[in-house]
Design a protein around this ligand. Structure first.
Ligand code: ARG
Length: 391
């Protein structure tokens, strides 16, 4: 009997897909769901029950948040990766992790076919498929949403009803993808970019605004956050804490027109308070400990790194080589950054590092100045000799 492993979330698309695949291919279905956002035990059990009731032989749900933070979020953070100016790529870095787990279970259960519930015009189909093709030799990828008979969400809902597929009533207003590094919101009313986002579109930052300032100190070791206000915490706990604090101040929102891999523009909202705060603090520290050549080179590299990751090429030799380079640059990115969170924004107010290459005696305009000003004249004349007017 044919076996198919599916990337499963328990939502409308993947539930219909599970049922549809079983009927069409008379296959044995294995459903895999990575918990990257911190679901409760009850939510986990609900997904398992749903999957089994829809026809899966086995449903695997596993908490991958720690692995996600350490091996996907941190490499992106160290590289200062951001796409189209504002997107911290929570989804784009989550997909390769899911692909690697699908590869693992495909091997474990001897499965040759892997299916996902992505549409034909999104980025995630590219990421899942590129990820699997990069990791498994002879895998066949199936994307039913690209060829099945349903054209709209309503048709899927009708199919689910007819076949007693347990999906939550009423199709949701927006399409969401959420993990601990951020949430992406698209579709529905957002499809007209001339209209402001409706208040109900915001998933994390739509609550009551915290008006009082919050001062926090974030400590880093070799480019990754290790403590908040002096308290050493695990990566997941740090992200959760800063998401909660940042969201209360409505920090980390973005509303952008994004350039998708398949050539279209889309309007997307993002909320990523922890990513925004941690990334800003990280770059602030880099400015103090990295020599300017490395710092500037790294800024250029960040662009290439982001493109590779956005395009789903996480498991490529180039991405791995860039990460190796970035790791070398991070050996001195250790220290603490203090910032004040305010409504809608934050401000960095101080930083300290044992590896700081800022020298007060060279920078000062007050007594104690050790900078040799007499060198400046010759330095300038030499350095502009090629463009100076002569004769
Ligand atoms: N546009 C973003 C990306 O490509 C987010 C996609 C989120 N997916 C979703 N089903 N809403 O990374």
């Amino acid at each position: 009997m044919k076996k198919i492993l599916i990337a499963y979330s328990g939502g409308l698309d993947t539930s219909c897909m599970l049922h549809w695949l079983k009927k069409k291919y008379k296959a044995e279905l294995y459903a895999y769901c990575a918990n990257l956002s911190g679901m409760s035990r009850a939510e986990k059990n609900k997904i398992i029950r749903k999957g089994l009731a829809t026809g899966a032989k086995k449903v695997i749900v596993e908490d991958m948040r720690d692995e996600f933070m350490r091996n996907y979020v941190f490499p992106a953070l160290k590289a200062d990766a951001v796409y189209d100016g504002e997107y911290f790529m929570a989804t784009a870095i989550g997909r390769p992790l899911i692909a690697s787990r699908l590869a693992h279970y495909a091997r474990k259960y001897g499965i040759k076919t892997v299916a996902h519930g992505c549409t034909g015009k999104g980025n995630d189909q590219v990421r899942f498929e590129t990820g699997l093709y990069s990791l498994v030799k002879d895998v066949e990828m199936l994307a039913p949403l690209r060829f099945w008979e349903f054209r709209t969400r309503e048709e899927e809902v009708a199919y689910a009803k007819k076949n007693n597929i347990p999906v939550s009533a009423g199709s949701k207003k927006y399409s969401l993808d959420e993990n601990i590094w951020g949430v992406a919101i698209e579709c529905g009313r957002l499809e007209d970019p001339s209209l402001p986002p409706p208040a109900d579109a915001w998933q994390w930052t739509g609550g009551k605004l915290k008006k009082r300032e919050t001062k926090i100190t974030l400590s880093f070791r070799k480019g990754v956050p290790v403590a908040v206000n002096g308290r050493v915490m695990k990566p997941v706990a740090i992200a959760e804490k800063l998401n909660a604090l940042g969201a209360a101040h409505k920090i980390g929102r973005a509303d952008i027109i994004e350039s998708r891999i398949v050539g279209i523009k889309s309007r997307e909202l993002y909320e990523s308070p922890a990513a925004k705060i941690i990334s800003a603090a990280h770059f602030d520290l880099e400015r103090m400990v990295l020599d300017r050549e490395t710092l500037h080179y790294k800024e250029k590299l960040a662009k290439d790194f982001s493109l590779l990751v956005y395009n789903g090429r996480w498991f490529s030799p180039l991405r791995e080589a860039l990460s190796a380079f970035v790791d070398v640059t991070q050996k001195n990115v250790t220290g603490s950054v203090t910032m004040v969170l305010r409504p809608w924004s934050f401000e960095i107010i101080s930083r300290v590092s044992p590896y700081s290459i800022y020298s007060r005696s060279l920078a000062t305009y007050a007594v104690g100045d050790k900078f040799d000003r007499s060198l400046a004249e010759g330095f300038i004349k030499l350095s502009c000799m090629d463009i100076a007017k002569r004769g």
